[in-house]
Every structure is written in C-alpha cells, then in structure tokens.
Design a protein around this ligand. Structure first.
Ligand code: SPD
Length: 311
C-alpha cells in the first residue's frame, strides 16, 4: 500500500483485504489459507479469519462466513418459503456452499431442489471444507446438482415454485454479470409457476453505495407485479445487505406474525435468525432507502449490465 497511514495496534501482521471500491475495503485477519485454487471460472479461496472463522472468498470477494452465514442463508430463504403456499420445486442459482439448500430442505413440502453452479470446484471445495454450511445437503436425495450456467438452464425451465438467486455481486468480467438483467429476470418469471416467487441477493445498501441494490429493485419491478426489497445486517459484510423478493401473487409484506410463526412452527428450533420479528424488521426499510428506490429509474439490461464494483 502506498502512502499508507494506517497503524495496526494488533500483533497479527497477515490480513485478507477485500477491495470494495476505489475508495474502501474490508480487512480480515488471516489465520490460515485452508484452500486456494484458480478454477476455470474464478479464484476460489477458503480462509480462516480471526473474527469470523472460515470464509468462502470468490475472486477476492467475501461470500459467507462461518460466524454469520446463518443470517445470510436464513434471510435469503425463509421469507420466500413462508410466503409460498406449498413450495415443492425450488431452483437455486449459485449457492455453492450448500447452505441455501440446507435451509430449503427444512420444509417437508419440498420434493426437489435443482442447484445450478457453473463451477464444480466451488461445490467440491465447499463440500470438503465447509461441512458446517451444507450439513449433508448435497447428499439429500431431493437435491440435484447441475454444473451449468444458471441462465441457460433457467431459460429452458418451467414450473418452479421458487427460484433463489444466490450469486456473487455483478462484476465486470465476473461470472454473475448477466444474471442481474431484465432479460434474465424475464426468464426467471417464465420459469416460475403462476404463484411463483424469486429472491435475489442484491448487494450493499449503505447510503454511499446503493446503486446496485436500487437498480436491481427497479429492474425486477419491470418484470414482476410484486417486488419487495429487504435488508439485513451481516457483520462479515461490514454494511447492511440487500435482498429482493419478487412474486407473482403472494406478498410477504402482508403476512401476519401469526401466519409466519405457524409456517415455521415445525422448524423453529433449527432457526437462529429468522422468525416473525426478524421478518418484519427486514422488510421495514429506512427512509433514505425508500427514497432511493423511488428515485431510481435505471433498468439493468443485457446491453447495459451493471457492475457493483467500480475500481
Ligand atoms: N452467496 C453470495 C453472497 C455474496 C455476498 N457478497 C458479500 C460481499 C461483502 N463485501
């Protein structure tokens, strides 16, 4: 680092730095590099950090950490699962850690999960090194893994009750850039049943860094009749994190606490983050975010994709 004025009081001299933008980054103390491989698609690292335990890093970007992956994965899965009346067929684009599948498998209505990850090396390394995440989900007979481009697969699919888009943020030259566009969301819409629901992770929502989030909300609004953005605090991401639920019929914002708690009654002991209180908190957005969403008119398209990281 040139012209560095940072002084570290801590004895640890090894750090992993995730660059967030030209002006900011997140430091994680680096205790161990557990796995590191350049696959055909991306650089895969599994590290152990002092604060967050094991972390999956793809192309230098944090995906999830041992200490708080339950917040991320419960947040991306349960609002959609409780909103749908009877989810049987679920598709996951990404989700290579296996923890999205783990959460979906908790529902007895689920008959089939199609997990789409283009990178076999991600699944193999997560399966081996992150058992706390997948907890055997990859071996459940209801889970079918396809090592394919999620967009191509979804374009020729139909009849999913729920589609979960659990991908890295869109990055220039990154594997997920074209999975945040209006054209892709139209394929997602068409691949869903008449009361289908889609959820995507949707990047940071800090006041200085919310272009991607609000553009995703606006783009989904071009395709789905009901679009509900929500946020959650994930400590290892160092900023409030956004998700968007897009639905053809059911609205998560109108679910009562009683309806939510009834839906999760049988699985509540397995949940550490999600319940009706957390649900209401997530869908209740601060004023600056509501205004930014209202004022956003960017539509992300194949011709003009949007990159979260601008260095
Ligand atoms: N499972 C994909 C989640 C991607 C989250 N990226 C977080 C970046 C934090 N700086």
């Amino acid at each position: 680092m040139r012209n560095c004025h940072i002084r570290f009081a801590m004895p640890n001299s090894k750090w992993f730095l995730e660059q967030i933008s030209a002006h900011e980054g997140s430091f994680y103390s680096l205790e161990e590099i557990i796995f590191n491989k350049k696959s055909s698609f991306q650089n895969i690292e599994i590290i152990r950090s002092g604060a967050f335990g094991k972390c999956l890093i793809l192309d230098g970007k944090m995906q999830s950490s041992e200490s708080d992956e339950f917040i991320y994965h419960e947040a991306i899965i349960h609002p959609a699962m409780v909103c749908h009346n009877h989810p049987e067929r679920v598709c996951i684009a990404g989700g290579g850690e296996g923890a999205t599948a783990r959460e979906i498998l908790k529902y007895s209505s689920v008959k089939e999960i199609i997990l789409l990850d283009i990178d076999e090396d991600v699944i193999a390394s997560c399966k081996k090194h992150l058992p706390e995440w997948h907890q055997g989900a990859f071996d459940d007979r209801r889970v079918k893994i396809y090592y394919e481009d999620a967009r191509t697969f979804i374009e020729r699919s139909s009849d999913f009750d729920i589609i979960i888009i659990d991908l890295p943020e869109p990055m220039e030259n990154g594997s997920a850039l074209m999975l945040y566009t209006k054209e892709f969301y139209s394929s997602v819409f068409n691949a869903l049943t008449k009361d289908g629901i889609a959820v995507t992770q949707a990047a940071a929502t800090a006041p200085h860094n919310l272009m991607t989030f609000t553009a995703i909300v606006n783009t989904l609004s071009m395709v789905f009749p009901i679009v509900r953005p929500y946020t959650v605090n994930i400590p290892s991401f160092f900023t409030p994190w956004g998700f968007v639920l897009a639905s053809k019929r059911e609205d998560p914002a109108t679910l009562s606490s009683q309806q939510i708690d009834k839906k999760i009654f049988d699985i509540q002991k397995t949940l550490r983050f999600y319940d009706s209180e957390a649900h209401k908190h997530m869908f209740s957005l601060p004023k600056y975010l509501r205004s930014a969403i209202t004022n956003q008119n960017t539509v992300i398209t194949d011709n003009q994709p949007l990159s979260f990281y601008q260095f």
